[in-house]
Structure formats: C-alpha cells, structure tokens
Design a protein around this ligand. Structure first.
Ligand code: 13P
Ligand code: ZN
Length: 274
C-alpha cells in the first residue's frame, strides 16, 4: 500500500514481476536497481503450495533486504486462506486474494475475511473483481462495472483492486485493446482506489501508457519474463562454446530478464521513482 500511494501521488504504476527461481529474482532486482525503481516481486500460489515457495521466499526476502530501492514481496492470485496465511509466514507483506471466479457476494465475504486477518499483521490485500482469464479462454468474462467495484472496495477494505478491462494471462494471439474509459470510471466510483492490471505481457506499449494515465497503479508481468529467460537459455544451448557450470550458464538469462524488466519499468513510468 505504501508503494502504491507513492505511485498514486506521482501518476505512475509499480511494476509487479512474477518470479520462479533464484535467477529470475536476480534479474528482476538488477533491473530495479539499475532503473532506480520501486518494484513488487510476486509469486504464483502454486509455488506456495509446493516446496518451491519454501526455498524461494528467503531468496526474495534476501533480495528485498539487499536492495537499494523499495521492494515488496507479494502473493499473486491467492485462491484461499491456505496460500494467504502460508505466504505471510514466509514473509510476504502484500497478499492477493483472488475470489474473481466466485459469485459476487462470496467474493466479498472471502476477501473481507482475508483483509481482516491480514490487518492484524499490517499486511494489505489486493482483491479481484471481474475475472481476468487466460488467452486460451474461448471468450472473456464480463468486464468489471464501476457500481460493483464501488461496493466491493467499500465492503472488503482492499488496498487495491484488479479489474477486468480487456487483458488476459498468457501470450495473446492478437494484441488486446483495453477499455480505458472503464478504468477511469472505476477509479472515480471507488474514490480513486489503486487499480491493478493483470496480463501485462504482450499488451501494446501505448495501451499500457493510457491505462496508467487512467489510474492503473500496479501492473503485472509474468509470461514475458518466462520467455525472456527461456528463449535466452534455448539460444545459448545452440552454441557449441556455451558455459557448462550452471551458475556461469545462467548469467545471460539473468541479464535477459533484467533487460525485459527495465523496459517495462520505463514504460509504466517507474524509472527513477525509488
Ligand atoms: P502475464 O503472464 O500475461 O504477463 O500476466 C501476469 C499476471 O497477471 C500475473 O498475475
Ligand atoms: Zn494475474
């Protein structure tokens, strides 16, 4: 919430980068430091359910501790109290409770329950209203309405709200067009609540700029981090003189993640905002 307040005052969005292993954390952190940007490092809930979260969380905390810029550790798309409470135990200071596939009243009830529990621990919650699906879905769910958003924010007490305005998770077959007017209307209806845009990979730069101008204050990127990392690994593997020691081999993929993240930091206006 602290980061998002700074973003709100200065009219930019905090980039939220999903990480999967130590090397992606290193790439993301290098980008933040080089671009002097506040960032959110976030983790999908499946990692918190599996052993990976146990090992990855201390690495994220070490990165945040070492960083010369503000870094927040956030749970992404928490589906239930299992992942939200476990993530707090692992050190996350931001939690997303994603009840977007539940009926409206149930989404409100579960989100409010998690907001209330997290408040005891000074941890703030991101909610989702209007389901942001994947690029593989046959069609998009209905977009978030300003009226529902107003009620949701008032009744749950979320610190920020993810909205469905035209994005989806994954690789788009054709570039999405966002409903910018809807973002503005939701902002107005919710007393300028910080809005979150999921599915940032592959959204045209101009659309992202307009969305930030309209009130997006947290912008998520995951798929393109994976492509930056893995495409670089595949390219390296084709080279006969590639490094064999894993740490040496990983240097280029880390750089590839860094370069991608710097480009997004600049795009959302977070450069030099640390
Ligand atoms: P992409 O994978 O489409 O970038 O979406 C990221 C996201 O919303 C993470 O929650
Ligand atoms: Zn998402």
């Amino acid at each position: 919430k602290e980061l998002l307040e700074v973003a709100d005052k200065n009219g930019f969005a905090v980039p939220a980068f999903n990480v999967y292993n130590m090397e992606s954390v290193m790439g993301v952190l290098k980008a933040a430091e080089e671009a002097k940007a506040p960032i959110i490092i976030q983790v999908y809930p499946r990692l918190m359910k599996e052993e990976t979260g146990y090992f990855l969380s201390p690495i994220i905390l070490a990165a945040a501790e070492k960083a010369s810029v503000p870094v927040c550790f956030h749970l992404d798309h928490g589906p239930s109290e299992l992942e939200t409470t476990r993530s707090i135990r692992y050190g996350a200071t931001g939690i997303m409770l994603d009840g977007s596939t539940l009926p409206f009243e149930e989404n409100i009830a579960l989100t409010k329950k998690v907001v209330d529990t997290c408040a005891y621990l000074d941890v703030q919650v991101e909610g989702e209203l209007g389901h942001v699906g994947t690029t593989k879905d046959d069609e998009m769910d209905e977009f978030t309405t300003p009226e529902d958003a107003k009620r949701f924010v008032e009744e749950t007490g979320v610190a920020c709200l993810a909205v469905a305005v035209g994005t989806a998770h994954g690789k788009y077959s054709k570039p999405p067009k966002l409903d910018i007017e809807r973002i503005e209307a939701i902002r107005k209806a919710t007393n300028n609540t910080a809005l979150v845009l999921h599915g940032g990979s592959g959204v045209p730069d101009e659309e992202i700029k307009k969305a930030v101008k309209a009130g997006i204050r947290k912008m998520n990127f995951a798929t393109d981090i994976c492509y930056a990392f893995l495409d670089c690994c595949f390219d390296e593997l084709k080279k006969p003189d590639r490094a064999i020691a894993i740490d040496s081999f990983m240097k280029k993929p880390i750089e590839a993640v860094k370069e991608f993240c710097i480009s997004r930091i600049k795009l959302v206006g977070a450069e030099n905002k640390a």
